[in-house]
Design a protein around this ligand. Structure first.
Ligand code: PLP
Length: 425
């Protein structure tokens, strides 16, 4: 079926989509009695219908059991994080011992850098991408300063070339080749939050490690979006949040990955807390810390059960699908979106430039678009018509049709709305 910018085409594509029944597992916000056109699952994923019930069950267990719930709740709170190990391991391509549901993203990055950014006199630099997500920039700069370095000297950024929007992989490889001996750690967003560019994490990891660089990935925009193989790529560490593609609710529990090569080492620096201590003697409260010989050693505190209950509702849904199928649908949706944007551009004369690379391995669901000559006014008018997207100055609109709940019809309706707004302008 070749793509068409018609309602019939969109309906037919939805009818053929085996994953379309998942949409009713989510609460879709309403606008004037209709579903909004929601394209910000890359910023805050929608609420799984079951989230409310799962949180309420924990509230009930707390009401009925008090502290006894740690052991006797329907899902005991003490090992609550263990409910997610299997699902997360599959989603990020790891062994179960390598992942843990814990903390928040920026916190986790800092904790991991305590272990994995270990600068020495001759090797102290940090390699990252230019214009990383601001929290990552602040985290990296403050880590450098914490170790006594000036971020301006310690941080090497790889930027897109003049006149280009995305970073060329060869430019990353060249910096690794040229400056590798002085770089202690590389920490990059595996999928760029702004352009949606996906890096070849396996290739970059191995090139950097050959030069003795420790490699970490921020997977905020990768997890639940693209296929990941953290274990096989031999990544040293990674962290992610779960409120974007993983639909676990605002500020919800995050997660981290530590390759099993680094487990159980006694000489690894780490900020520690009781939840990282050996489970069998935790409550004997010994004064010596004995790390759990898994990624769980990086836990500090007991599990935030309410946030995790929402994550449970989301991961239940992930458990039901083949990740490759989800990814394939994500690609189809983003291809249809690109097609519709091109049609709208052709019909209105409004230039619409997609800055997200189009290659199979170079992008996920997100399509970042430039609307030259348009200001935020266009975005606001779309919003008033029920289009929820993400605006970035000077004229970028980020759109992410996600395979869990977005439909081809959402994209068709968006195209119609955009067309009308551009014609009326
Ligand atoms: C969303 C996002 C964050 C947010 O960090 P929090 O600690 O969860 O507030 C950080 N880094 C990147 C790359 C992101 O996309």
């Amino acid at each position: 079926m070749s793509m068409k910018f018609t309602k019939e085409y969109a309906l037919e594509a939805d009818a053929q989509d085996r994953l379309s029944p998942l949409r009713k597992e989510f609460r879709i916000p309403q606008h004037k009695g209709e579903d909004v056109m929601y394209f910000t699952g890359n910023s805050l994923g929608l609420q799984p219908v079951k989230a409310k019930q799962y949180i309420e069950e924990e509230l009930e267990d707390w009401a009925n059991l008090g502290v006894e719930g740690h052991e006797h709740a329907r899902r005991p709170w003490m090992p609550y994080h263990e409910n997610f190990t299997k699902s997360l391991a599959r989603i990020v391509g790891a062994e179960e011992s390598e992942v843990v549901s814990v903390g928040t993203l920026t916190n986790n990055l800092h904790l991991l850098m305590v272990s994995f950014y270990r600068p020495t006199k001759n090797r102290y630099k940090i390699l990252c991408e230019a214009k990383a997500f601001p929290s990552d920039q602040y985290a990296l700069a403050s880590q450098a300063r914490f170790h006594g370095y000036e971020p301006k000297d310690a941080i090497i950024e790889v930027a897109p070339r003049e006149g280009e929007h995305t970073i060329r992989e060869e430019d990353f490889l060249q910096v690794i080749e040229e400056h590798g001996e002085s770089i202690a750690m590389m920490m990059v967003g595996g999928v760029n939050y702004y352009t949606g560019q996906v890096f070849d994490m396996g290739k970059l990891t191995s090139a950097a490690q050959k030069k003795g660089i420790v490699v970490g990935w921020d997977l905020a925009h990768g997890v639940g979006n693209i296929e990941l193989k953290l274990h096989d790529w031999n990544v040293d560490f990674a962290a992610w949040c779960t409120y974007k593609y993983l639909n676990s609710g605002p500020g919800s529990i995050a997660g981290l990955f530590v390759h099993k090569r680094h487990h159980g080492l006694s000489d690894i620096p780490r900020f520690e807390g009781w939840w990282g201590h050996d489970k069998s003697t935790r409550f004997a409260m010994p004064d010596q810390f004995v790390p759990i010989p898994t990624a769980e050693a990086w836990q500090l505190s007991n599990a935030p059960v309410f946030a995790m209950a929402a994550q449970r509702a989301s991961l239940d849904l992930y458990d039901k699908v083949e990740l490759a199928e989800l990814r394939a649908k994500g690609r189809k949706l983003s291809q249809y979106l690109r097609f519709v944007l091109a049609e709208v551009s052709a019909q209105t004369g409004q230039p619409i430039e997609v800055i997200t690379p189009s290659g199979e391995s170079e992008s996920g669901c997100q399509v970042s678009t430039l609307f030259p000559g348009q200001g935020k006014d266009l975005f606001n008018r779309l919003l008033a018509k029920g289009v929820i997207a993400d605006w970035r100055e000077p004229h970028v609109i980020r759109l992410a049709p996600v395979p869990m709940y977005n439909s081809f019809t959402d994209i068709y309706r968006f195209g119609e709305t955009l067309l009308a707004e551009l014609k009326n302008a």
